[in-house]
Design a protein around this ligand. Structure first.
Ligand code: NAD
Ligand code: IPM
Ligand code: MN
Length: 350
C-alpha cells in the first residue's frame, strides 16, 4: 500500500502525525511518503500543488491529507493560494465522490450544542459531488464593467456528472437504511433543476431505495430540527460543503468528521472535513480524531481492509468511553487532553 501523506498547513502537521502513528501501529504493509500541498508548498516552490507532489499523488494508491490554508496566503493571487492546491489534486485525481459521515458517538451526546435526544443515535452520510459545480465553472473572475467591479462565477453540471454521484449515493444507501435525500435549489437554479430531473431518473434504477428531494434552505433547517430523518444526503459541491460543516456540529465537533474523496476505482484522498484551524495551530490542542477516522476510511475504501478500519474505529470509541477529550469536545468531569495525548490514547486502545 503506497500512501502519499500531505500534512499541509496550520494544524495539518499536528493531526497528520497522530494518524500516521496509528497507521504504523497496525503493522500493515504500508509505504508512506510525505510531500507538500497548500501554503507550505507555495512558500517552498511558488505552487500550491508542485510537480513533485503531483508525481507522488498520481503514483500512490491513496492520499492522506491534513488541511491547507491560512490567513498569510489569503491575499495571494488565486493560483498561488493553498485552496487551489486542494482543488487541483481533487480534480487531477478525478475524486468526484466525497463521503462525509456524520456519526454521533453516544459518549459525545452532550458535546453537541443540540439537545441529546435530537442527536442521539445520529448516523448520516453526506455524499458531496467534488469536482464540478460553481467551484470549477467557467467563466469566473472579477472585472471592471461599466465603471464598477463585477464578480462572477458559473454553476454548471452535466447530466453524467450528476448521474454518477447519485449512483454513489444509491449504492451507499443500499448498504444502510435505503433512503436517499437529494438536495437542490430547483425552485431558482436551472442547474439544480437538471440535478433533480437526473436524480429522479437515476432513482428508477434503485426501486428498493426511497428517494426524496429537499430544497437546500429547508435541508439546512431540517438538519438542526430533526437530523435523524436523514440516512444518505446527496448534493452538489457547494451545498455539500456547507451542509457537511453544519452536520459536523451534530456529532459534537467538526474535529470528529472524517471524509473520503473517491474516484471511480476507489483510489482516494482522505482528510478531515475541517480546515487548518489557524486559531489553534501550533498549540497542540487540535482534535486528531477526524483525521484518524479518515485513515480508517482509507483502509476500508481503498484497501478493502475492513478489519483494520474497524480496529481504528473501535479504538476511537474506546478512548471516548474512557473519557479522553480534546478541548472542542470537552465537558466537565472528562479528561482533557491535547493532540499528542489523544493520539497516545488511541494507540493504547489499539
Ligand atoms: P476551520 O475548519 O479551519 O476552523 C473552524 C473552527 O473549527 C475554528 O474555530 C477551529 O479552531 C475549529 N476546528 C477545526 N478543526 C478542529 C480540530 N481538529 N480540533 C479542534 N477545533 C477545530 O475553518 P476556517 O477557520 O473557516 O478555515 C481556516 C483555513 O482552512 C482557511 O484557509 C480555509 O480555506 C482552510 N480550509 C481548508 C480545508 C481543507 O484543507 N480541507 C477545509 C476547510 C477550510
Ligand atoms: C473542504 C474545504 C474546501 C472546499 C476548501 C478549502 C477548498 O472547505 O474541504 O470542505 O470548499 O471544498
Ligand atoms: Mn469545507
Amino acid at each position: 500500500m503506497k500512501i502519499c501523506v500531505l500534512p499541509g498547513d496550520g494544524i495539518g502537521p499536528e493531526i497528520i502525525a497522530e494518524a500516521v502513528r496509528v497507521l504504523k501501529a497496525l503493522d500493515l504493509k504500508i509505504e508512506m511518503e510525505e510531500a507538500l500541498l497548500g501554503g507550505c508548498a507555495v512558500d517552498a516552490t511558488g505552487s500550491p500543488y508542485p510537480d513533485a507532489t503531483q508525481k507522488l499523488a498520481l503514483a500512490a494508491d491513496a492520499v492522506l491529507l491534513g488541511a491547507v490554508g491560512g490567513p498569510q496566503w489569503d491575499n495571494n493571487p488565486r493560483e498561488q493560494r493553498p485552496e487551489r492546491g486542494l482543488l487541483g489534486i481533487r480534480k487531477q485525481l478525478g475524486l468526484f465522490a466525497n463521503l462525509r459521515p456524520a456519526i454521533l458517538y453516544p459518549e459525545l451526546a452532550n458535546a453537541s450544542t443540540l439537545k441529546p435526544e435530537v442527536v442521539a443515535g445520529l448516523d448520516i452520510l453526506i455524499v458531496r459531488e467534488l469536482t464540478g459545480d460553481i467551484y470549477f465553472g467557467q467563466p469566473r473572475g472579477i472585472e471592471v464593467r461599466n465603471g464598477e467591479r463585477f464578480g462572477f462565477n458559473t454553476m454548471h453540471y452535466t447530466e453524467s456528472e450528476i448521474r454518477r454521484i447519485l449512483r454513489v449515493a444509491f449504492e451507499a444507501a443500499k448498504k444502510r437504511n435505503r433512503k436517499v435525500c437529494s438536495v437542490d435549489k430547483m425552485n431558482v437554479l436551472e442547474c439544480t433543476q437538471l440535478w433533480r430531473d437526473v436524480a429522479i431518473e437515476t432513482g428508477r434504477e434503485y426501486p428498493d431505495v426511497e428517494l426524496s428531494h429537499m430544497l437546500v434552505d429547508n435541508a439546512a433547517m431540517q438538519l438542526v430540527k430533526n437530523p435523524k430523518q436523514f440516512d444518505v444526503m446527496v448534493t452538489g459541491n457547494m451545498f455539500g460543503d456547507i451542509l457537511s460543516d453544519e452536520a459536523s456540529m451534530l456529532t459534537g465537533s467538526i474535529g470528529m468528521l472524517p471524509s473520503a474523496s473517491l474516484d471511480a476505482n476507489n483510489k482516494g484522498l482522505y482528510e478531515p472535513s475541517h480546515g487548518s484551524a489557524p486559531d489553534i495551530a501550533g498549540k497542540g490542542v487540535a482534535n486528531p480524531l477526524a483525521t484518524i477516522l479518515s485513515a480508517a476510511m482509507m483502509l476500508r475504501y481503498t484497501f478493502a481492509n475492513e478489519d483494520a478500519a474497524g480496529r481504528i474505529e473501535t479504538a476511537v470509541k474506546k478512548v471516548l468511553a474512557q473519557g479522553f477529550r480534546t478541548g472542542d469536545i470537552y465537558e466537565p468531569g472528562m479528561k482533557k487532553v491535547g493532540t499528542r495525548a489523544m493520539g497516545d490514547a488511541v494507540l493504547a486502545a489499539l
